[in-house]
Design a protein around this ligand. Structure first.
Ligand SMILES: [Zn+2]
Ligand SMILES: [Zn+2]
Length: 251
């Protein structure tokens, strides 16, 4: 019976993906520049891929923002967070910005393995600190999930989970209420927008959680989600995102 259900589930998924391919035909070229893809290239051409420069040290030892010196950035000097620290793979600009836009708003889900492996690479150096964390993707609210059809953070987390064989809990974190897109709000409104917006369900006691999201901007979303995870018993929360908004001063 279980095997039958699994088969039906797989068949239903195949039908849905065939319908989506009809509605949104997969592009034959690079999702970023449209150039023809060569053998071995998937979704993005090598030229575009090489333009995404992975972040190198020094970065802020709290939020992971690129710095000219080791230590804390302006924002982290004046703010405390519930998470211990955050890592990002690259700065939110140029090709990466374009890729994330296509990924989220134009259904270019073929970018998930590309962006997810970029994030996994960044976490290579943090493996000693993280050891065997529980991956928790930042959830969308149900209406946005329904409109988009997928949660980008979940696809990214799945790739990290695949690379390191770390466990992932997709349903542990939930949005209690819809929030406005953070990108549409000025910085001072972003904290209020997501404050108390998450709840974590299930037993997280003693767990080391690695929260996964696509972009880190002010840290407001990561903070609100971390608070919920700690409230549910998580011992420590770390954060990892594909991109981080670059900014010099945050006061
Ligand atoms: Zn390209
Ligand atoms: Zn910082």
């Amino acid at each position: 019976m279980a095997g039958q259900i699994e088969r039906w589930h797989r068949q239903a998924k195949d039908v849905i993906s065939a319908v989506l391919d009809l509605l949104f035909p997969p592009t034959a070229g690079c999702v970023c520049c449209g150039a023809m893809l060569y053998k071995g290239e998937k979704c993005i051409c090598a030229v575009c891929r090489e333009q995404i420069a992975p972040l190198t040290e020094p970065t802020c030892s709290c939020c992971g923002r690129p710095l000219a010196y080791p230590g804390l950035c302006d924002l982290c000097c004046f703010r405390t967070y519930s998470f211990i620290r955050s890592w990002s793979a690259a700065v939110y600009q140029g090709v990466l910005r374009k890729c994330l836009h296509r990924f989220k708003y134009e259904r270019a889900t073929c970018l998930a393995p590309v962006l997810g492996s970029l994030l996994a690479q960044r976490l290579q150096a943090a493996k000693g600190i993280l050891r065997f964390p529980l991956l928790v993707p930042v959830p969308l609210d149900s209406q946005r999930l329904h409109e988009r059809g997928f949660n980008q953070a979940e696809l990214l987390a799945a790739e990290v989970a695949r690379v390191y064989r770390w466990p992932m809990a997709k349903k542990v974190l939930r949005r209690l209420r819809p929030t406005l897109p953070q990108s549409e709000l000025p910085e001072n409104k972003r904290w209020l927008n997501v404050s108390g917006a998450f709840v974590a369900e299930g037993d997280l006691s003693g767990k080391k959680v690695l929260l996964i999201d696509d972009i880190y901007t002010t840290g407001a979303t990561a903070e609100a989600a971390s608070q919920a995870l700690l409230k549910a018993g998580a011992a420590q929360v770390y954060v990892a995102t594909v991109a981080i908004a670059s900014r010099r001063c945050c006061r």
